[in-house]
Design a protein around this ligand. Structure first.
Ligand SMILES: [Zn+2]
Length: 406
């Protein structure tokens, strides 16, 4: 899902052999940071609601904000939160004009996924930005059996328009404040103190055309937020606090495939890996993540490095750990080299995709992508495409990756 790029020449030869000089980086929304908050008043709750509805609490400061329009805004915001359908950010009853799931989308995923934990949404405050624009500060608190921690703190905005209240996300607001430059099919947004490298932008637009031709689709028009560091991506999305915000490796990016937005945290105008995600998601829904990340890494690199580099690193790891087993993919997360945590779904995924394309051609991916997200789907498709059974993956990976030497 997340990644970054740098300028480079990318050419696809006729046999789909390789991408060249590509660089990309990833940061990951992974596990929620276990920050215990002090003085939290929610411990001791034993009977958690069984449904997915979150509990909503208002700061006393807000209760004291008696004046309209604050109360009216908060009532509508509370009603939206209770619906627990944050993807409907643009639904008509909210009178929102754009599909913009950040910052709400990650929250929805956390709330829906973690069945054993309980969530509290604290509405911390509301204050005016100007005469018709208000900022609402929220904090999602998550509680499992013995831990309470703040998962996210984020802002949304409410704009008064005649008799309506329209909620606006931070990315929408940033678009009105940052510099804007359209280059081909790319709408670049970048900070007023920042510059856009036109050479890179033109190159990336050309890369977009190449991908469109490869995927048999029209070139995708997309927004591109150029941020200096990955933490700035979260700033743009409206997160004051996010579990992925302060990783030590502050380069990375994110593709919003729903709205065709790339958030680049590499300070550059190129982010090839994430653009591949926009195309693969448009052509195929419901792909196993190893195939999806494998394809994005094969065509767009990862961590600002081409897939060949990743396979060379994988080879080094495989040689260093001859007893390590690659066959049970659900147990495989990442290995470390000197600089990065390298996830197996990117490097082994890229190896699998490379072998499939070299054997069958790019169009064969219709039999690979969009064919199911479950682990069993991965094994089934791998065996059908390359004749590699689950129990043989370990031998197969070691044999194939051995060809990638420094
Ligand atoms: Zn990715």
């Amino acid at each position: 899902m997340l990644s970054t790029y740098i300028p480079s020449i990318i050419k696809f030869n006729e046999k789909e052999k390789s991408t060249k000089n590509m660089k990309e980086d990833h940061f990951y929304i992974v596990i929620l940071i276990l920050l215990l908050i002090s003085g939290c008043s929610y411990s001791g709750k034993e009977n958690h609601p069984k449904n997915k509805d979150i509990e909503i609490h208002f700061s006393p400061n807000i209760r004291n904000a008696k004046n309209n329009p604050e109360q009216k805004i908060l009532k509508k915001w509370e009603s939206f939160l209770h619906k627990n359908r944050y993807y409907e950010w643009d639904s008509e009853d909210l009178v929102c004009s754009m599909k913009m799931p950040y910052p709400m989308m990650p929250l929805q995923e956390v709330i829906n996924k973690d069945v054993l934990v309980h969530h509290y949404m604290n509405i911390l405050g509301i204050y005016p930005i100007d005469s018709n624009l208000y900022c609402i500060k929220n904090s999602l608190i998550t509680q499992n059996t013995d831990t309470i921690y703040p998962a996210y703190q984020f802002s949304v905005f409410a704009k008064l328009e005649y008799k309506n209240i329209r909620f606006i996300s931070n990315p929408q607001l940033v678009k009105t404040k940052w510099q804007h430059q359209k280059v081909g099919n790319i709408d670049y947004y970048y900070d007023c103190n920042d510059d856009l490298n036109m050479k890179d932008a033109i190159y990336f637009d050309r890369f977009n055309d190449e991908l469109a031709a490869k995927f048999g689709l029209e070139p995708i028009e997309f927004d591109y937020f150029q941020c200096k560091y990955s933490r700035n991506v979260f700033d743009v999305q409206g997160f004051d606090l996010h579990p992925g915000k302060y990783f030590s490796n502050q380069t990375g990016g994110m593709a919003d495939t729903y709205n065709h937005i790339i958030y680049a945290g590499n300070g550059k105008a190129i982010y090839t890996h994430e653009l591949v995600h926009l195309y693969s998601m448009q052509r195929w829904k419901n792909s196993h993540i190893w195939f999806d990340e494998g394809l994005a890494t094969y065509l767009g690199g990862s961590r600002e490095l081409p897939f060949e580099w990743h396979l060379t690193e994988l080879n080094k790891f495989a040689k260093a750990y001859p007893d390590y087993q690659f066959s049970d993919i659900d147990t495989l997360l990442y290995f470390k080299n000197d600089s990065f945590d390298l996830q197996f779904k990117y490097n082994i995924g890229a190896l699998v995709i490379k072998e499939i394309i070299e054997k069958h051609g790019f169009e064969y991916l219709d039999n690979v992508m969009g064919q199911g997200k479950e682990t069993e789907d991965f094994y089934r498709i791998l065996e059908k495409s390359l004749g590699v059974k689950k129990e043989d993956i370990d031998d197969w990976v070691r044999k194939k990756v051995a060809l990638f030497r420094e």
